[in-house]
Design a protein around this ligand. Structure first.
Ligand SMILES: Nc1nc2c(ncn2[C@@H]2O[C@H](COP(=O)(O)OP(=O)(O)OP(=O)(O)O)[C@@H](O)[C@H]2O)c(=O)[nH]1
Ligand SMILES: Nc1nc2c(ncn2[C@@H]2O[C@H](COP(=O)(O)OP(=O)(O)OP(=O)(O)O)[C@@H](O)[C@H]2O)c(=O)[nH]1
Ligand SMILES: [Mg+2]
Ligand SMILES: [Mg+2]
Lengths: 292, 278
C-alpha cells in the first residue's frame, strides 16, 4: 500500500521534526505512482502533486504520527477537499415537474441508474416518471419499461420513431396531466466527439430546460475520462455526476479527475446492479480508496 | 513528443507521458521507455524519430506481429463463449461477429445466455434478426448453464458451424458470479469435447488499469483465449492491452469501432500502435 511505501521511503531519510523539501520530493514520487496506478489523470496528478508539495514542505510532523503518516494525512485531506463535501441532493424545482436528464458514454449505466434514481426519489416522497429517450439501442425502451414494471413506476415512451426532443417535450405535458412531480430522462449512450448526438442533447436542453443534467461515468474509466467530462460540460453543461460500478475493485481515480476538470459534484455512487444500489457519494471514502 | 530536434531527458519523459495518458499504465510505460532508452544508447540512435520508431516496434512485438484468426475446430460446431464485465459491449460485439461470420458463409446460432439483465434477451434477438441468424433462448431468470447446454445440443442437431454464447456482464470481484460463469464453461466442455474453442473477453477501451484485474480473473475462472477491445471510435486509446498481452499472453483478435453491424475489425497491431501515438 502507499502507506507502506512511504514508511520505506522515510526510513532512509531523516526522522521527526519538519518535513524537508527533499523528504517531500521523495514521498511525492510514491504518491504520484499510486495516483497513476489508480487511474487518476496524468495532468490532474501533476497539479495535485504540486499543491500537496506546497502544503507539505516545512510542516511539523505531529507527535502522534510518523513522517510517512503525516504526508498521508496531508494527501488525504487534500484529496478529500478537492472532491468536495457530500452533495447528494437533487435540485428540485419550486415549480414541478423537476426534469432530470441522464447522459454519458455507451454502457456507463444510465438506464439502470434512471431506475435506481426513480426508486430513491419515490422513497423520498416524490412521484417520478421515467422517460424512454433512447430510440437507438436495440431494446433500450423495453429495458426501461421492464425496470419501471419491477418498480411499479410509470414509463413514458413514444416508441423509437419520434425524436428524443419531441419525446421529452411530450413527457413534460404528460407529467403535468398525471401528477408526476419529477421526470427522469434516459438518453442513448453517445461519444462526446459525436457532433450530431451532442447536438441532440443540446436541443433537448434548449426545448425543455432540465433542472439537473447528470453525467453518468463508469468508475473504472481511465485517462480518457477528462476528455469526456470536459466535453460534456463545455458543450452541454452538467450539474452533477453519478459514478457507477463502484462495487467493482477499481481504485476509481476517475472520481478525482472529473471533479478536478469540471468542478461539478459527484452526487451518487452506483453500487450494484439491483435497483436499490444507489448511494450518496462519500468523498473521504473515495479518497482512501484511490490512495489504495 | 513532437518538436524535439535531439534526444534529451525531456523527450523520454514526454514519451512516458504519452503512454501513461494512453492507459498503458505507469509501470509498463516506465519499463518500456527505459528499455528503449538503453537500446537507443547501445545502438547509437541519434534522433527522436528513430527512438519513437523503436518504441513502436517494441510495442508491436508485445502485441504479436500479426493478426490472429479465430479458432476453428476440425469438426463443427465451433463454440465461442463471450465474457466480460458490465456494459463493455459483449452483446453488440456478438451481433457484429455473427454478421462477419455469416458473410463468410457460416451457419450461426446465437445463444441468449444473459438470463438476468432487463431486456438482454430482447436485445440479442434484435441483433439476430438484423443479421438473419437463429437464436436460442430460455425464459428470463433461467440457469445460464442450462441455456448453454441447450445451445450446444441444438447446434449439434442443426449442423451449425458456429455457436456464439452471450453471457451477463459480471464484475470479476463477485465470486458468486464468477462461479456461475465457471459452471457455464464446465457444461460446455462436458457437452462438446474441445469446446469452448474461444473464450472471448470483451474489454472497453475507456477502461483504465482495472482491465488487467479483469483479464487476470476471467483467465483464472474460464480461461481466456482472445480479447476484443470495443469503443476505439472514441478518444480512449486502450493502451492497457499492452500490459495484458505482455503479462498474460492473450491475443487481441478484434476491435470495436462503432455501434453498427459492420463496426468490427480484425485487430492489426501496427495500426493500433500508430493510433496510440496519433
Ligand atoms: N455491478 C454494477 N453494474 C452496474 C451498475 N450500474 C449499471 N450496471 C450494469 O452495467 C450494464 C450497463 O448498464 P446500462 O444501464 O444498460 O448502461 P447504459 O449507460 O444505459 O448503456 P447504453 O444505453 O448502451 O449507453 C448493465 O449490465 C447494468 O446492470 C453498478 O453500479 N454496478
Ligand atoms: N461507440 C461504440 N459503442 C459501442 C461499441 N460496442 C458496443 N457499444 C455500445 O455500448 C453499449 C453497451 O453495449 P452492450 O453490447 O449492451 O454491452 P454488454 O457488455 O453486452 O452489456 P451487459 O450485457 O449489460 O453487460 C451499447 O450502447 C452499444 O451500442 C463500440 O465499439 N463503439
Ligand atoms: Mg441505456
Ligand atoms: Mg449484454
Amino acid at each position: 500500500s502507499l502507506a507502506d511505501k512511504l514508511q520505506e521511503t522515510f526510513k532512509k531519510l531523516r526522522g521527526k521534526g519538519k518535513l524537508s523539501e527533499n523528504d517531500v520530493n521523495e514521498a511525492m514520487r510514491e504518491v504520484r505512482v499510486a495516483l497513476l496506478e489508480a487511474d487518476v489523470n496524468f495532468k490532474v496528478v501533476k497539479d495535485f502533486i504540486s499543491r500537496v508539495k506546497e502544503r507539505a514542505v516545512g510542516v511539523e510532523v505531529m507527535e502522534s504520527l510518523t513522517p510517512a503518516q503525516q504526508v498521508i494525512k496531508i494527501v488525504n485531506e487534500e484529496l478529500t477537499n478537492l472532491m468536495g463535501g457530500v452533495q447528494s441532493k437533487i435540485n428540485f424545482s419550486s415549480r414541478p415537474p423537476t426534469i432530470i436528464m441522464l447522459v454519458g458514454l455507451q454502457g456507463a449505466g444510465k438506464t439502470t441508474t434512471c431506475g435506481k434514481l426513480a426508486n430513491l426519489l419515490r422513497k423520498q416522497g416524490k412521484r417520478p416518471l421515467l422517460v424512454a429517450g433512447d430510440i437507438y439501442r436495440p431494446a433500450a425502451i423495453k429495458q426501461l419499461q421492464v425496470l419501471g414494471q419491477q418498480l411499479n413506476i410509470p414509463v413514458f415512451s413514444m416508441g423509437n420513431q419520434k425524436s428524443p426532443v419531441d419525446i421529452v417535450q411530450a413527457s413534460v405535458e404528460h407529467a403535468k396531466n398525471f401528477g408526476n412531480d419529477t421526470i427522469i430522462v434516459d438518453t442513448a449512450g453517445r461519444l462526446h466527439i459525436n457532433e450530431e448526438l451532442m447536438g441532440e442533447l443540446i436541443s433537448i436542453k434548449d426545448r425543455v430546460k432540465p433542472h439537473e443534467i447528470l453525467l453518468v461515468v463508469d468508475a473504472m474509466t481511465g485517462q480518457d475520462v477528462v476528455n469526456v467530462a470536459e466535453s460534456f460540460h463545455s458543450k452541454l453543461g452538467i450539474d452533477g455526476l453519478v459514478l457507477t460500478k463502484l462495487d467493482g475493485d477499481t481504485r476509481g481515480g476517475a472520481a478525482l479527475s472529473v471533479k478536478a476538470v469540471t468542478g461539478c459534484p459527484i452526487k451518487f455512487a452506483g453500487m450494484g446492479e439491483k435497483l436499490d444500489a444507489l448511494e450518496p457519494f462519500y468523498p473521504e471514502r473515495m479518497a482512501s480508496r484511490i490512495l489504495g | 513528443v513532437t518538436g524535439y530536434k535531439k534526444l534529451e531527458p525531456e523527450f523520454y519523459d514526454d514519451l512516458e507521458a504519452v503512454l501513461i495518458q494512453a492507459d498503458v499504465g505507469v509501470h509498463t510505460a516506465m519499463d518500456l521507455v527505459e528499455k528503449i532508452r538503453c537500446k537507443a544508447e547501445k545502438d547509437k540512435l541519434e534522433t527522436p524519430d528513430k527512438v519513437k520508431e523503436l518504441l513502436k516496434e517494441e510495442i508491436a512485438k508485445i502485441l504479436g506481429e500479426d493478426t490472429v484468426p479465430l479458432n476453428i475446430p476440425s469438426e463443427s460446431p465451433a463454440v465461442y463463449l463471450v465474457v466480460g464485465v458490465n456494459g463493455v459491449g459483449k452483446t453488440t460485439t456478438i451481433g457484429k461477429l455473427a454478421y462477419k461470420l455469416k458473410l463468410e458463409g457460416k451457419k450461426i446460432l446465437l445463444v441468449a445466455g444473459d438470463t438476468f439483465r432487463a431486456a438482454a434477451i430482447d436485445q440479442l434477438e434484435i441483433w439476430a434478426n438484423r443479421v438473419g441468424v437463429e437464436m436460442l433462448k430460455h425464459q428470463e431468470g433461467s440457469d445460464p448453464a442450462a441455456v448453454a447446454y441447450d445451445g450446444i445440443q441444438a447446434a449439434k442437431a442443426r449442423c451449425t458451424d458456429v455457436v456464439i454464447i452471450d453471457t451477463a456482464g459480471r464484475l470479476h470481484n463477485k465470486s458468486n458470479l464468477m462461479e456461475e460463469i465457471k459452471k457455464v464453461r464446465r457444461v460446455i466442455e462436458r457437452e462438446l469435447p474441445g469446446a469452448p474453442h474461444e473464450v472471448l473477453l470483451v474489454l472497453d477501451a475507456t477502461t483504465g488499469q482495472n482491465a488487467i484485474a479483469q483479464a487476470n480473473l476471467f483467465k483464472e475462472a474460464t480461461g481466456v483465449t482472445s480479447i476484443a477491445i470495443t469503443k476505439l471510435d472514441g478518444t480512449a486509446k486502450g493502451g492497457v492491452i499492452i500490459g495484458i498481452c505482455s503479462q498474460l499472453d492473450i491475443p487481441v483478435k478484434f476491435i470495436g469501432i462503432g455501434e453498427k453491424i459492420d463496426d468490427l475489425k480484425e485487430f492489426e497491431p501496427h495500426d493500433f500502435v500508430e493510433a496510440l501515438f496519433a
